[in-house]
Ligand binder design. Structure first.
Ligand SMILES: NC(=O)c1ccc[n+]([C@@H]2O[C@H](COP(=O)([O-])OP(=O)(O)OC[C@H]3O[C@@H](n4cnc5c(N)ncnc54)[C@H](OP(=O)(O)O)[C@@H]3O)[C@@H](O)[C@H]2O)c1
Length: 221
């Protein structure tokens, strides 16, 4: 199987790379600095440079992927950003960093993936339950929440645009012990990535456009 991981330098993205490689799959993975690219190459992945905040870098992704076909495509890169609760406004710079990374980033990357979808490919955007409007009970982290709600909208549109060619889902990984999730988080990257790989393997066309927990259970938008 051919796998693409966007944002694979550390955390959940790196764990996806390691687990798919360990199962003998061919993995292409992106990072934005040379040390991370070298680390990915040493693991056995094909490493591509990609900075989501740079339009030129995103525009260059299409030619970097030219001729490649992927069975699994993961848009994993993301930031939590400034931890502001409603109704405290983020600064312009805080807003731009989170929205440009989590929303504009996937919107810039998705066009490059259009010609790289193998038959019945699985495309997942790493979203968050914090982006769910229905499940929301707290005003904390409202900038991140807004970005993941918008990212869910982006994924839904991609599921319509790619429908019939790929199964597109938004995936909540759980609260995971990474730089973003912190050491108090409930779950290890190894266990959630193993679970999400199993979910991805089971997906069929009937799942296109869904929002799923890491164990495969549907989440309310
Ligand atoms: N951990 C959790 O509890 C949790 C919960 C819900 C959802 N999620 C989501 O799961 C995904 C992965 O989270 P994580 O916990 O693994 O986070 P993480 O450890 O902070 O890793 C974030 C990844 O995104 C990359 N990235 C950030 N900004 C980028 C940019 N502008 N261009 C390219 N790459 C960029 C980082 O690359 P650099 O190393 O270069 O910064 C890194 O590879 C995110 O989308 C996150 O929102 C995580």
């Amino acid at each position: 199987m051919q796998v693409l991981v966007i944002g694979a330098s550390r955390g959940i993205g790196l764990e996806f790379v390691q687990q798919y490689l360990a199962e003998g799959h061919q993995v292409t993975a992106t990072a934005r600095d040379d040390a991370a690219l070298e680390k990915l190459k040493a693991l056995g992945a094909k490493a591509l440079k990609l900075e989501l905040l740079d339009p030129k870098s995103c525009a260059g992704l299409a030619w970097q992927l030219d001729g490649m076909q992927f069975d699994v495509l993961l848009i994993n890169a993301g930031v939590y950003g400034a931890d502001v609760a409603a109704p405290t406004p983020p600064t312009q710079a805080e807003f731009d960093l989170v929205m440009h990374t989590n929303v504009l980033g996937p919107m810039r990357v998705l066009p490059a993936l259009t010609d790289c979808l193998a038959q019945n490919a699985k495309l997942a955007l790493l979203s968050s339950r914090m982006g769910s409007i229905n499940l929301r009970r707290s005003p904390n982290g409202w900038l991140y929440r807004a970005s993941k709600a918008a990212a869910n909208s982006v994924l839904k549109d991609a599921s319509i645009a790619f429908g019939g060619r790929a199964v597109c889902v938004a995936l909540h990984p759980g609260w995971v012990k990474t730089d973003m999730g912190g050491s108090q988080a409930e779950l290890s990257p190894a266990e959630v990535v193993s679970s999400m790989r199993a979910v991805l393997a089971r997906l069929g066309m009937q799942d296109n456009g869904n929002f799923l927990n890491f164990d495969g259970k549907p989440l309310a938008w």
